[in-house]
Design a protein around this ligand. Structure first.
Ligand SMILES: NC(=O)c1ccc[n+]([C@@H]2O[C@H](COP(=O)([O-])OP(=O)(O)OC[C@H]3O[C@@H](n4cnc5c(N)ncnc54)[C@H](OP(=O)(O)O)[C@@H]3O)[C@@H](O)[C@H]2O)c1
Length: 325
């Protein structure tokens, strides 16, 4: 098969489109012919290298897969070759595309129990925009964050994969959503997607703007997976008793903080990691019902995975970038 192989960790040029041995499904596993694979910021972290998370090289990243079942290993029941599927990439052996080989390739192996049937009305391209972003947002907002109708939620990085999923879940739940992103054009598009207030943080102080947008009451829920110098200002946007949710730190994991806000406002800082099969299945169901609508701004062929990662690094996309095989 062909694959976008990370030969060694580092620059984008280390991703090489080349031949790779066809993987064989073991007991309980399915081999899926990949039709579409969504990119995530995780793919950039895997390629660059993450302190404390060694990845065996060469390696194939990509955890957001949609395709058709190509072959089944011994003992798999209830599935047939040719069925259209997506999958929960969080397997018992580790995360696809981070700890075990992912789907930036023609073929990928997945435990059959992680498969999710694709409703007929979902394209492969749309399906490949769901598992990681919506699964992560579903767990973070509901299991961890207890988001409820009528609450006000600030989402930083709302133009990206997880951020847009948070915006859409927020609107689906009946929350007032303040969506913050890095350009006027992205903010316009977020308004069109239903954001109640938008903040262009390349132009204005998001902390002050969010406070004003909340009617000077503060937000019930604040979503911050950016970290870095956005962390302390985001604490100021939360109301007394508010929940500050984090699932990542794109701009830095050891930011300055401001403890005064945490105790004076009795804030709950809640971490969220990964997602369950149910988080992903429910997300797929909501998209099939038309209650959520992933946005794919760019597609690339597998051979141009490097160019796609460059666009993600440069923040030149909106919603999701999907690789088509
Ligand atoms: N723990 C988990 O299970 C889990 C799961 C999924 C993702 N994550 C984490 O969540 C974060 C977002 O992931 P994602 O895949 O949604 O990423 P993404 O699609 O690249 O979106 C991130 C958005 O953040 C904004 N941003 C602000 N500062 C940035 C910076 N310094 N560099 C890059 N983008 C910046 C960008 O929007 P603007 O240009 O509009 O500012 C960008 O669109 C990552 O840190 C990822 O590792 C964690």
């Amino acid at each position: 098969m062909k694959a976008a192989v990370i030969e060694r960790q580092g620059a984008i040029e280390n991703i090489v489109y080349r031949d790779w041995p066809d993987p064989e499904p073991g007991p309980g596993e399915a081999r899926v012919a990949v039709k579409a694979c969504g990119l995530n910021h995780l793919d950039i972290f895997v390629r660059r290298g993450m302190p404390g998370f060694p990845v065996p090289m060469p390696f194939i990243s990509g955890g957001d897969v949609a395709g058709t079942i190509d072959a089944l290993g011994p003992g798999v029941e209830g599935w047939s070759p040719g069925e259209r599927v997506t999958m929960n990439p969080q397997t018992d052996d580790g995360m696809m595309g981070e700890e075990i080989p992912g789907g930036l390739a023609d073929l990928v192996i997945v435990p059959a129990k992680n498969l999710i049937r694709l409703p007929d009305n979902l394209s492969f391209e749309t399906a490949a925009a769901i598992p990681i972003n919506y699964g992560t947002a579903h767990r973070m907002l509901y299991t961890r964050g207890r988001l409820a109708a009528g609450e006000t939620m600030l989402v930083l990085g709302a133009s990206g994969g997880v951020g847009m999923a948070c915006l859409q879940f927020g609107k689906m739940t009946g929350a007032t959503v303040i969506a913050a992103a890095g350009s006027a054009e992205k903010c316009e598009r977020l308004t069109a997607l239903g954001a109640d207030h938008v903040i262009d943080y390349s132009e204005e102080d998001f902390s002050r703007a969010a406070w004003l947008a909340s009617g000077k009451k503060g937000c019930d829920v604040v979503v911050n997976f950016t970290g870095g110098d956005t962390w302390a200002p985001c604490l100021r946007t939360a109301k007394r008793g508010g929940r500050v949710l984090t699932c990542g730190a794109t701009a830095g994991h050891d930011p300055a903080t401001d403890l005064r806000y945490i105790w004076v406002r009795e804030l709950d800082v809640l971490g969220s990691n990964s997602y369950s099969q149910e988080d992903v299945e429910r997300s797929v169901g909501y998209v099939a019902e038309g209650r959520l609508a992933p946005v794919v701004s760019h597609t690339f062929p597998l051979a141009e995975t490097g160019a796609a990662e460059r666009l993600m690094e440069e923040r030149g996309f909106f919603g999701k970038i999907v690789i088509l095989t």
